[in-house]
Design a protein around this ligand. Sequence first.
Ligand SMILES: *[C@@H]1O[C@H](CO)[C@@H](O)[C@H](O)[C@H]1NC(C)=O
Ligand SMILES: *[C@@H]1O[C@H](CO)[C@@H](O)[C@H](O)[C@H]1NC(C)=O
Ligand SMILES: *[C@@H]1O[C@H](CO)[C@@H](O)[C@H](O)[C@H]1NC(C)=O
Length: 398
Amino acid sequence: MDLNSVAVFLLAIFLWPSVISEMLTSVDPPTELQVTDPGHLGPLHIRWKAPLSLTSKNVCVVRYMLYYCNVDSTNCKRVITKQLEYTDGFNLNKGIKVTIQTWVKEQCMNGTELHSNEVEIVYWPPMEGHADSKIRDLQCIVYNLEYMDCIWQNGTNVPRDINYALYYWHEELEQAVECNNYIKNQGHSIGCHFQSDEIIEFTDFNICINGSSEMGQVRPAYYTLQLQDLVEAAAPDKVNLTFTRTDTIYVQWEPPAGKMKPHCLEYEVQIRGKVSDWESKIIPKGATSTFLNVTAKSMYCVRVRATVNMFCADDSFWSDWSSVQCLPGQSEGGKDVIIKLNFLTELIVLIALASVALVLCMSTVYCWIRWKRSIAKKFNMLLNDDTKNMEKSSSINC
Ligand SMILES: *[C@@H]1O[C@H](CO)[C@@H](O)[C@H](O)[C@H]1NC(C)=O
Ligand SMILES: *[C@@H]1O[C@H](CO)[C@@H](O)[C@H](O)[C@H]1NC(C)=O
Ligand SMILES: *[C@@H]1O[C@H](CO)[C@@H](O)[C@H](O)[C@H]1NC(C)=O
């Protein structure tokens, strides 16, 4: 036993009677519960003070049970903390209800736990303007991790001079900043273009779109996004097909160029024969080649698209399809080339060409025969010295 533990032991013996004497039978709720908005478009600070009756009794373990959610939501969170403040992200489109309780246990309560009454507060974010003036359907897509475009629809009932503005905040920003590069349609902002240094993954990306109008106030709309779940990769590149055996095609491709991590991708490979529909095969975990079974060594076409796999994001969009590659040896630039139709067109062109050639040939032969005949007639005329016949025959030409 060192000196410290001896001191603690002696102190405990000395304090024991006073602990017993302070055994509680009830406990008060916290005081001065308040919710404040630091202007980060989602996070709110919740603060409170310890109940006065407890501040002198330092021996007790005092904890606070917080319970909070949007006013009409059942999806509430419960947090137990020894601190006197708590910060979390909220949906600021609605009111927020917070309740708090004091919990005291152990030394003061002989092993059981004592709960105070609840204190409740409802916080209303600023909700100016009519609900129909609020933007609708915000859609954000992070293209190949290179940039993000967010587009929205106007509210259903908005003044003609409406001017929406987008503000955003994430943990690396001190305060909310306005969009730097609006996407416009006929002079009105309908979206925002974010460059790669303005986007951040794996943390809350908070957006507020509010607006101004001469004719009244505009209801702000709040969103909290996780940008890694909104990624659309570029289309895979350089799809290469080879027949390995008569019944197998080996397909290889390159991952989309850029910042996407190759192991974060999965692919869908589609194949179809001359007349069949596309058949799909999913290639998980970043592999960039596969074997496809085929029935005969005839023409096959293949295309590939990419998406972020479940190991790197909860959600994502599919890329565009790669260009269609066909075997044997025919590459088609377009997306949905219909081979059957191509074949038909070729057949028609061939028949047309053949007919034209035939007609040309036949008319040449015909003319040649007529010309031969007229020569023969002239020759006869010369022999017979008949001028009338000669005039008649000169009108023949091709
Ligand atoms: C503490 O708890 C024990 C058993 O749980 C009980 O026998 C004892 O009476 C309690 N003491 C007080 C002061 O409540
Ligand atoms: C829109 O929201 C931003 C960020 O909260 C704020 O600074 C700005 O004053 C608001 N504009 C209007 C017109 O309410
Ligand atoms: C396609 O794949 C085959 C077999 O792996 C290889 O020999 C060939 O060089 C590749 N072609 C291209 C254009 O990558």
